[in-house]
Design a protein around this ligand. Structure first.
Ligand code: ZN
Length: 243
Protein backbone atom coordinates (compact mmCIF):
# COMPACT_ATOMS: atom_id res chain seq x y z
CA UNK A 1 0.00 0.00 0.00
CA UNK A 2 1.32 3.42 -0.85
CA UNK A 3 1.06 7.00 0.18
CA UNK A 4 -0.72 7.68 -3.09
CA UNK A 5 -3.65 5.57 -1.93
CA UNK A 6 -4.15 7.79 1.08
CA UNK A 7 -6.89 10.23 1.64
CA UNK A 8 -4.91 13.42 1.31
CA UNK A 9 -7.70 15.65 2.56
CA UNK A 10 -7.75 13.70 5.79
CA UNK A 11 -4.04 14.19 6.17
CA UNK A 12 -4.24 17.88 5.39
CA UNK A 13 -6.86 18.31 8.08
CA UNK A 14 -4.80 16.44 10.65
CA UNK A 15 -1.54 18.29 10.25
CA UNK A 16 -1.97 22.05 10.73
CA UNK A 17 -2.05 21.71 14.49
CA UNK A 18 1.52 20.53 14.55
CA UNK A 19 3.22 21.79 11.42
CA UNK A 20 1.16 23.79 8.98
CA UNK A 21 -0.30 21.82 6.11
CA UNK A 22 2.34 22.16 3.40
CA UNK A 23 5.35 21.65 5.62
CA UNK A 24 3.72 18.82 7.52
CA UNK A 25 2.76 17.00 4.37
CA UNK A 26 6.26 17.25 2.96
CA UNK A 27 8.01 16.22 6.14
CA UNK A 28 5.85 13.22 6.93
CA UNK A 29 4.97 11.88 3.49
CA UNK A 30 7.58 12.89 0.94
CA UNK A 31 9.70 9.80 0.48
CA UNK A 32 12.97 11.71 0.40
CA UNK A 33 12.28 14.32 3.07
CA UNK A 34 15.00 14.71 5.70
CA UNK A 35 13.17 17.36 7.70
CA UNK A 36 12.06 15.33 10.67
CA UNK A 37 14.94 12.88 10.77
CA UNK A 38 17.61 11.12 8.78
CA UNK A 39 16.10 8.97 6.05
CA UNK A 40 17.93 6.84 3.52
CA UNK A 41 16.31 6.59 0.12
CA UNK A 42 19.14 5.36 -2.05
CA UNK A 43 22.37 3.45 -1.68
CA UNK A 44 25.86 4.11 -2.90
CA UNK A 45 25.84 5.17 -6.51
CA UNK A 46 29.54 4.48 -7.04
CA UNK A 47 29.00 0.71 -7.15
CA UNK A 48 26.86 -1.10 -9.67
CA UNK A 49 24.44 -2.47 -7.12
CA UNK A 50 20.73 -2.17 -6.36
CA UNK A 51 18.61 -3.59 -3.54
CA UNK A 52 15.23 -5.30 -3.83
CA UNK A 53 12.97 -4.66 -0.85
CA UNK A 54 9.62 -6.30 -0.08
CA UNK A 55 7.04 -4.84 2.30
CA UNK A 56 3.99 -6.09 4.22
CA UNK A 57 4.85 -9.78 4.58
CA UNK A 58 5.26 -12.45 5.41
CA UNK A 59 2.14 -13.62 3.59
CA UNK A 60 1.02 -16.75 1.77
CA UNK A 61 2.88 -15.47 -1.30
CA UNK A 62 6.22 -14.86 0.40
CA UNK A 63 7.42 -18.40 -0.20
CA UNK A 64 6.87 -17.93 -3.94
CA UNK A 65 8.95 -14.75 -3.75
CA UNK A 66 11.63 -16.74 -1.92
CA UNK A 67 11.51 -19.46 -4.57
CA UNK A 68 11.96 -16.89 -7.34
CA UNK A 69 14.83 -15.16 -5.53
CA UNK A 70 16.44 -18.52 -4.80
CA UNK A 71 16.23 -19.60 -8.44
CA UNK A 72 17.82 -16.33 -9.52
CA UNK A 73 20.45 -16.47 -6.78
CA UNK A 74 19.45 -13.01 -5.51
CA UNK A 75 19.26 -11.82 -1.91
CA UNK A 76 16.75 -9.19 -0.83
CA UNK A 77 15.46 -7.32 2.22
CA UNK A 78 12.01 -7.94 3.69
CA UNK A 79 10.32 -5.23 5.75
CA UNK A 80 8.07 -7.44 7.82
CA UNK A 81 4.96 -6.70 9.85
CA UNK A 82 5.32 -8.13 13.39
CA UNK A 83 1.82 -9.59 13.48
CA UNK A 84 2.48 -11.43 10.23
CA UNK A 85 5.76 -12.77 11.61
CA UNK A 86 3.80 -14.21 14.55
CA UNK A 87 1.37 -15.94 12.18
CA UNK A 88 3.92 -17.11 9.59
CA UNK A 89 7.06 -17.51 11.68
CA UNK A 90 8.36 -20.39 9.58
CA UNK A 91 8.26 -18.22 6.46
CA UNK A 92 10.13 -15.41 8.20
CA UNK A 93 12.73 -17.93 9.37
CA UNK A 94 13.03 -19.37 5.88
CA UNK A 95 13.71 -15.88 4.48
CA UNK A 96 16.49 -15.35 6.99
CA UNK A 97 17.97 -18.82 6.53
CA UNK A 98 18.20 -18.22 2.79
CA UNK A 99 20.32 -15.14 3.34
CA UNK A 100 17.71 -12.39 3.11
CA UNK A 101 17.54 -9.49 5.51
CA UNK A 102 14.65 -8.50 7.73
CA UNK A 103 13.56 -4.98 8.52
CA UNK A 104 10.90 -3.55 10.85
CA UNK A 105 7.63 -2.53 9.17
CA UNK A 106 5.72 -2.02 12.47
CA UNK A 107 3.66 -4.53 14.43
CA UNK A 108 0.25 -4.06 12.78
CA UNK A 109 0.81 -1.55 9.96
CA UNK A 110 -0.77 1.63 11.38
CA UNK A 111 -0.06 5.07 9.93
CA UNK A 112 2.09 6.67 12.61
CA UNK A 113 0.68 10.11 11.91
CA UNK A 114 -2.58 9.02 13.52
CA UNK A 115 -1.02 7.30 16.53
CA UNK A 116 0.27 8.67 19.81
CA UNK A 117 3.98 8.75 20.55
CA UNK A 118 3.47 5.90 22.98
CA UNK A 119 1.62 3.73 20.48
CA UNK A 120 4.20 4.49 17.78
CA UNK A 121 7.02 3.42 20.06
CA UNK A 122 5.12 0.30 21.06
CA UNK A 123 4.56 -0.63 17.40
CA UNK A 124 8.27 -0.44 16.67
CA UNK A 125 9.24 -2.22 19.89
CA UNK A 126 6.74 -5.06 19.45
CA UNK A 127 7.91 -5.70 15.89
CA UNK A 128 11.55 -5.72 17.06
CA UNK A 129 10.72 -8.17 19.85
CA UNK A 130 8.61 -10.50 17.71
CA UNK A 131 11.25 -10.67 14.97
CA UNK A 132 13.95 -11.32 17.57
CA UNK A 133 11.86 -14.02 19.27
CA UNK A 134 10.70 -15.82 16.12
CA UNK A 135 13.65 -15.33 13.79
CA UNK A 136 16.55 -14.62 16.11
CA UNK A 137 17.68 -11.31 14.61
CA UNK A 138 17.12 -7.74 15.71
CA UNK A 139 16.47 -5.55 12.67
CA UNK A 140 18.60 -2.48 12.06
CA UNK A 141 16.39 -1.10 9.29
CA UNK A 142 12.93 0.34 9.61
CA UNK A 143 10.44 1.39 6.99
CA UNK A 144 7.34 2.99 8.49
CA UNK A 145 4.00 1.92 6.96
CA UNK A 146 3.39 3.86 3.74
CA UNK A 147 6.64 5.72 4.40
CA UNK A 148 4.93 8.08 6.86
CA UNK A 149 7.29 9.46 9.50
CA UNK A 150 6.61 11.66 12.51
CA UNK A 151 8.82 13.17 15.25
CA UNK A 152 7.63 10.40 17.63
CA UNK A 153 8.58 7.79 15.05
CA UNK A 154 12.10 9.16 14.67
CA UNK A 155 12.63 9.40 18.39
CA UNK A 156 11.59 5.74 18.86
CA UNK A 157 13.63 4.57 15.85
CA UNK A 158 16.71 6.36 17.17
CA UNK A 159 16.28 4.80 20.58
CA UNK A 160 16.11 1.35 18.96
CA UNK A 161 19.08 2.05 16.73
CA UNK A 162 16.94 1.67 13.62
CA UNK A 163 17.92 3.28 10.38
CA UNK A 164 14.98 4.56 8.34
CA UNK A 165 15.00 3.34 4.76
CA UNK A 166 12.57 4.50 2.09
CA UNK A 167 12.95 3.72 -1.60
CA UNK A 168 14.20 5.13 -4.88
CA UNK A 169 12.06 3.19 -7.36
CA UNK A 170 8.64 1.59 -6.93
CA UNK A 171 7.12 -1.28 -8.92
CA UNK A 172 3.68 0.11 -8.03
CA UNK A 173 2.60 -3.47 -7.41
CA UNK A 174 0.01 -2.30 -4.87
CA UNK A 175 -2.00 -1.14 -7.85
CA UNK A 176 -3.75 -3.64 -10.07
CA UNK A 177 -0.88 -4.13 -12.50
CA UNK A 178 0.24 -7.19 -14.37
CA UNK A 179 3.71 -8.66 -14.06
CA UNK A 180 4.98 -7.09 -17.26
CA UNK A 181 3.99 -3.60 -16.13
CA UNK A 182 5.48 -4.06 -12.66
CA UNK A 183 8.78 -5.15 -14.22
CA UNK A 184 8.70 -2.20 -16.61
CA UNK A 185 8.08 0.26 -13.75
CA UNK A 186 11.17 -1.01 -11.98
CA UNK A 187 13.47 -1.35 -14.96
CA UNK A 188 12.76 2.04 -16.52
CA UNK A 189 13.94 3.87 -13.39
CA UNK A 190 16.50 1.61 -11.72
CA UNK A 191 20.06 2.94 -11.56
CA UNK A 192 23.16 2.09 -9.54
CA UNK A 193 22.28 2.65 -5.88
CA UNK A 194 18.52 2.27 -6.31
CA UNK A 195 16.42 0.83 -3.51
CA UNK A 196 13.51 -0.91 -5.22
CA UNK A 197 10.12 -1.17 -3.52
CA UNK A 198 7.95 -4.24 -4.08
CA UNK A 199 5.45 -6.12 -1.90
CA UNK A 200 5.29 -9.76 -0.80
CA UNK A 201 2.14 -9.08 1.23
CA UNK A 202 -0.83 -6.73 1.36
CA UNK A 203 -1.45 -4.72 4.52
CA UNK A 204 -5.19 -4.81 3.72
CA UNK A 205 -5.02 -8.54 3.07
CA UNK A 206 -7.15 -8.10 -0.01
CA UNK A 207 -4.79 -8.92 -2.79
CA UNK A 208 -2.32 -11.67 -3.57
CA UNK A 209 1.16 -10.96 -4.94
CA UNK A 210 1.18 -13.40 -7.85
CA UNK A 211 1.96 -10.66 -10.37
CA UNK A 212 4.93 -9.49 -8.31
CA UNK A 213 6.21 -13.07 -8.08
CA UNK A 214 5.81 -13.47 -11.81
CA UNK A 215 7.62 -10.19 -12.48
CA UNK A 216 10.70 -11.14 -10.47
CA UNK A 217 12.65 -13.12 -13.10
CA UNK A 218 12.26 -10.27 -15.62
CA UNK A 219 13.21 -7.68 -13.00
CA UNK A 220 16.33 -9.53 -11.86
CA UNK A 221 17.42 -10.46 -15.38
CA UNK A 222 16.75 -6.94 -16.63
CA UNK A 223 18.82 -5.41 -13.84
CA UNK A 224 21.67 -7.82 -14.49
CA UNK A 225 21.59 -7.15 -18.22
CA UNK A 226 22.35 -3.55 -17.33
CA UNK A 227 25.30 -4.64 -15.27
CA UNK A 228 23.48 -4.06 -11.96
CA UNK A 229 24.05 -6.51 -9.17
CA UNK A 230 21.19 -7.31 -6.75
CA UNK A 231 22.41 -7.10 -3.15
CA UNK A 232 20.80 -6.88 0.30
CA UNK A 233 20.38 -3.41 1.80
CA UNK A 234 23.22 -3.76 4.30
CA UNK A 235 25.57 -4.26 1.38
CA UNK A 236 24.14 -1.38 -0.62
CA UNK A 237 24.43 0.90 2.41
CA UNK A 238 27.63 -0.75 3.67
CA UNK A 239 26.38 -1.39 7.22
CA UNK A 240 25.33 -4.39 9.29
CA UNK A 241 21.68 -5.39 8.91
CA UNK A 242 21.10 -7.01 12.28
CA UNK A 243 22.52 -7.19 15.75
ZN1 ZN B 1 3.42 -1.41 4.12
Amino acid sequence: MSLTTFNLSLIASAIPVAFGAGVGYYATYAVRSQWLGQTVWHGRTDTSSVALTFDDGPSDDTEFVLDALGLAGARATFFMVGQQVETLSHVARRARSEGHEIGNHSYSHPIYLYRSARETRSQLRRAQDVIMEKVGVRPRFSRPPCGVRTPAYFSAALEMNLRTVQWTVAGFDWKKLDAERIARNVLKNARAGSIILLHDGDSQRRRDRKETVQALPSIINGLRERGLCVVPLSQLLAIDDAA
